[in-house]
Design a protein around this ligand. Structure first.
Ligand code: SAM
Length: 222
């Protein structure tokens, strides 16, 4: 028995990535093409892929909303865990990235599941009707808007659905009161974690995988 945490060393991280990565040939090819297209290498890490797929399986998800999709690495990861009639809305503001995601979704035979919503994610979310409900929402766009994304999407998460935010350890600085590193992003992520940990509609925790993923299950209506 142990009452304290085991901290991840690079060796332990490699070990869990080796055992629990869901990265397959489609996802490896996507990353190669993204590098050739000079799309920044700021996707989730391979060791986070199985966790996203696990969230989809445990919720029995059919509808997923992703806020911030870049080249489509996490979108393809989640789409692969959805049933054939599942739907994933990928919000992406950059037109070039949106085109890239659509091409990769077609190549992987997932274009019937992945639907790219171009433009600012807050505008996309504001266009939802009360009937637009999601089982899983993955927030991974501009950090200063994280709390706004959370408040905007919560009415569109079904009871028992989950909200996941990425980069919730803020590159290792989230605990600092006055961070020198990317202060506006770090303080925005800290505010998101505070809201996730205290929101009355959520039961949450921070899973220290990759740069940290804060996950909350919706336990009551707001
Ligand atoms: N989830 C992706 C993955 O793991 O493969 C990585 C997403 S990347 C960290 C953040 C993305 O959010 C970028 O592609 C950026 O263009 C997009 N983004 C930034 N601001 C946005 C906004 N207001 N609305 C929609 N997308 C936005």
């Amino acid at each position: 028995m142990s009452t304290h945490s085991t901290f991840l060393t690079p060796e332990l991280n490699d070990y869990l990535a080796r055992l629990f990565s869901a990265e397959d040939n489609d996802l490896r090819r996507l990353q190669e093409l993204a590098a050739e297209a000079k799309i920044p290498a700021i996707s989730i890490a391979p060791e986070q892929t199985s966790f996203l797929q696990l969230m989809i399986s445990v919720t029995g998800a059919r509808r997923v909303l992703e806020i911030g999709s870049l080249a489509g690495y996490s979108a393809l990861t989640m789409a692969k865990a959805l049933p054939q009639d599942g739907q994933l809305l990928a919000c992406e503001i950059d037109e070039r990235f949106a085109d890239f995601i659509e091409a990769r979704a077609r190549e992987a035979g997932l274009d019937h599941i992945i639907n790219v919503c171009r433009g600012p994610a807050l505008t996309t979310i504001a266009s939802f009707t009360p009937e637009d409900l999601f089982d899983v929402v993955f927030i991974d766009a501009d950090k200063p808007n994280y709390v706004r994304y959370l408040e905007a999407v919560l009415p569109h998460v079904r009871l028992g659905g989950v909200v996941i935010g990425d980069n919730c350890l803020a590159w290792g600085h989230v605990h600092e009161a006055q961070p020198d590193y990317e202060p506006s992003n770090v303080t925005a992520i800290a505010a998101f974690n505070d809201r996730m940990s205290t929101h009355p509609a959520l039961r949450s925790t921070l899973v220290p995988l990759g740069d940290g993923m804060t996950v909350g299950v919706k336990i009551r209506e707001i």
